[in-house]
Design a protein around this ligand. Sequence first.
Ligand code: DAH
Length: 345
Amino acid sequence: MSIKEEIETLKREFLSACENARNLKDYEDLRVKYLSRSGKVAALFKLMGQLSQEERPQAGKSLQELRAEIQVKVDELIQSGEMKKAAKPMMDPTLPGRASNMGGLHPITRLEQEIITIFLRMGFSVERGPEVESTFYNFDQLNTPLWHPARDKTDTFYLRKDLVLRTETSPIQVRVMERKAPPVRFIAPGRVYRNDKPDASHSPMFNQVEGLYVDSRVTFTELKGTLLEFYRAFLGADTKIRFRPHYFPFTEPSAEVDVSCVFCSGKRCRVCKNSGWMEMGGSGMVHPNVFRAVNKVRGDEAYDPEKVSGFAFGLGIDRLAMNLFGIDDIRMLYENDLRMLRQLA
Ligand code: DAH
């Protein structure tokens, strides 16, 4: 084969190799195969030595043209290959989508919302108060005597001598009355804190819903009627309630409130520990000293104990949640274990 034929053959071979090359790697292989120092074009240059003086210039020219042609083509291919690679989309639209997880409300939040809905229907509004509370509002303004055990450091989280994590939602009663003249009628849900070692029935943080209604001539009868109405709406139309005399510093008279067991309707079962009743919280008629303390801060007689009266109540919702949802350890409410929360969502 003459050198001229060899050049023609290599050119054809190169062009068909180009047709078969698909990607950047193929194109780079072409460069190595044809243009490198041990490549096919270089091999033909080596044959030049065997040519006669007359043949050599023409052959050299043809070979240089071939090399330039191949160089241009390979450069082109490599450039197009790199562009294709860069333009490759980051997202693969053929992949299946990722499922998103639906969130849910915590069981305590759900109960709180149900309670709010019922009381709104009965004409109560909703108030909130701070969780870091002064001893002034948490104790003094609520007629809590200095000897009261709730003031003890072993019972209450003190941040400072005069600052605590509120032990109850009751201080909100005073805060609202200071701001608003009677009549007031609201509930106030929120977290409260007590220095209790956590165990199955104790958590250092739990939830209460406070209630207060003050107007001229509010009576104990209305307290009973309001709570009965509430519990019937909340727990079922055949729910019964009972009041047991008790002591709270900020109410007189005071009573603890029980409701008939939601599981056995009072027939006695394991949940109510065979009593037929479940303890819900405290209540009573607002103590005149609380009104007096409010007036002192207000600087008026808006809450004159001779002219206004009111009832208050506070119910704990954690124990209720445990009973309703069949949870036998209060800590489960606060561990955020999704296996448990999902069942109640
Ligand atoms: N604050 C009381 C407690 O945490 C509950 C309570 C009792 C609230 C009587 C009241 C009330 O408003 O009138 O034990």
